[in-house]
Design a binder for this molecule. Structure first.
Ligand code: F6P
Length: 320
């Protein structure tokens, strides 16, 4: 293999740049030509492809977002779009492709491999942490810390006004951001799609903790369950205690990556290139019990993510 390509696809995540840097510099170190592809799969179709050197990735390890830009490509979802992409890859001499993104991006990579025999390796880059085969995805730790910072601030104002504060966080159908940030932030309640939610029990807890003298009440709500505004309104109506809603939104997708995400991205980026050089394809790089692993990308996509019920139960016990 002489030439590889790298792209970022789907929602951006802090640490994607560190992963790109690792792919480029590992590739160059091994004598490969590395091509950067802009705007995800659209960039292949449109030929937005350029050669990268060591300085193309200077000064980016600490930056959020992705220097390659990203997109969710409708055209690539069609067989015709993928055929176009395959032809463009051939023209540019790209024999191996590193795809940094979430499950949608992995599905695209898998199809390129299955339909046209392109050698692909996926690196999990998404704040959601919704891929079951890996303990962590790149960007998740940074997003959790961003939410934690917001929870700390909300605690101040919630205490001052003796109000309930409902904070809605991202994660699509996965509750990990809510669970990790909620536990770390000492939230009174964590509401996630993977666990049953009893509204009456929530209201009882709010009323009882107020009666015990608690000044604040923080509820972390995963977006996959519902909206914070509506929940805050219902809580206020039933408990008679003032409640406010905060939707953190895309703040969670930005910011300088944490050390954890930078290191994870660096290791995964390097491993992805090694796999291509070993002649492997259709692999998804991950981390399990602190070790960098790789699994078949189809298998990775078929695994069902489960939430950490120990963490959930623990949060219930220690947040009373
Ligand atoms: O997948 C990452 C994510 O931030 C989800 O948590 C969220 O539901 C979604 O993307 C938002 O997508 P968009 O940026 O297209 O609004």
């Amino acid at each position: 293999m002489r030439t590889i390509g790298v792209l970022t696809s789907g929602g951006d995540a802090p640490g994607m740049n560190a992963a790109i840097r690792a792919v480029v510099r590992t590739g160059l170190n091994k004598g490969l030509k590395v091509m950067g592809i802009q705007r995800g799969y659209n960039g292949i179709i449109n030929g937005e492809i350029f050669e990268m050197d060591s300085s193309s990735v200077s000064d980016i390890i600490h930056r959020g977002g992705t220097i390659l830009r990203t997109a969710r490509s409708e055209e690539f979802r069609t067989e015709e779009g993928r055929k176009k992409a395959y032809n463009v890859l051939k023209v540019f001499g790209i024999e191996g492709l590193v795809v940094i993104g979430g499950d949608g991006s992995f599905t695209g990579a898998m199809k390129l491999a299955n339909e046209f025999g392109v050698k692909v390796v996926g690196i999990p880059g998404t704040i959601d942490n919704d891929l079951a085969y890996t303990d962590y995805t790149i960007g998740f730790d940074t997003a959790v810390n961003t939410v934690l910072d917001a929870i700390n601030k909300l605690r101040d104002t919630s205490t001052s006004h003796e109000r309930v504060s409902v904070v809605e966080v991202m994660g699509r159908h996965c509750g990990d951001i809510a669970l990790y940030a909620g536990l770390a932030g000492g939230a009174e309640s964590i509401i996630i799609p993977e666990q049953p939610f009893d509204f009456d029990e929530l209201c009882r807890n709010i009323i009882q903790s107020k009666a015990r003298g608690k000044m604040h009440n923080l509820i972390v709500l995963a977006e996959g369950v519902g909206g914070a505004e509506e929940l805050a309104r219902r809580i206020e109506e039933i408990t008679g205690i003032e409640a406010r809603a905060t939707k953190l939104g895309h703040i969670q997708r930005g910011g300088s990556p944490t050390a954890f995400d930078r290191i994870l991205a660096s290791k995964m980026g390097a491993r992805a290139v090694e796999l291509l050089l070993e002649g492997k394809s259709k692999r998804a790089v991950g981390i399990k019990d602190g070790k960098i692993i790789d699994v078949d990308i189809e298998e990775a996509l078929s695994m069902k993510k489960e939430s950490d019920s120990y963490m959930y139960e623990l949060s219930k016990i220690i947040s009373m």
